[in-house]
Design a protein around this ligand. Sequence first.
Ligand code: C5P
Length: 220
Amino acid sequence: MKKVIAIDGPAGAGKSTVAQLVAAQLKYVYIDTGAMYRAVAWKILQETTAENVTNEFITASINDIDVRLSYIEEKTKVEVNGQDITDQLKIPAVNKLVSQVASIGQVREKLVDLQRKMAKDGAVVMDGRDIASNVLPNADLKIFLTASVEERAQRRFKEMKNKGYAVALNELKTDIAARDRADMQRKISPLVQTKDAVLLDTTAMNIDEVVQKILSMAKN
Ligand code: C5P
């Protein structure tokens, strides 16, 4: 059985849905690293307005930002400086800021350290952008999950609609494409498919098919 499973891929590829289901089946802990970067972005937006956010401001603030992620009864909870902000993580303002926050070395250093500590006992499924390449290079199974931009925007659209957010599909598509670009082109730990990762293009697959595929690889 593979004890440490890394799932990377672009925005909206279904990583968190799939990772959570795989973790539940294996009775592993699920670690949503995107939620940690989102938590930092959320906190920054409490300190200043989106127009006034600079890299210097983020760097100066990061020491005072305490992110805690817990996974209890198959649910992720994210707290920032003691406040539960789990249901705030996918708001449009956070979507827009998060890639800038994630491009900053000091932010990554702090969160990667936390991520490694959380994974040290194994039995984890961790998803993000740099898990296979940087956070857990010795993971037992590495998956690169992707889908077309159109399909990913459609999925996010449905997810947001179900949560009661009114967003335009076109805006989501532009946001996702911009985030892909920023995540793939940044200097520190960009999104890449490592040589040892298995590529899963889920454009034409349903969630259950993807989960079963990963489970079968995890069990071999
Ligand atoms: O996975 P999710 O869409 O929630 O991630 C939000 C953002 O956090 C990504 O677009 C990326 O900029 C950043 N991120 C990252 N490294 C990770 C996880 C997320 O840079 N391991």
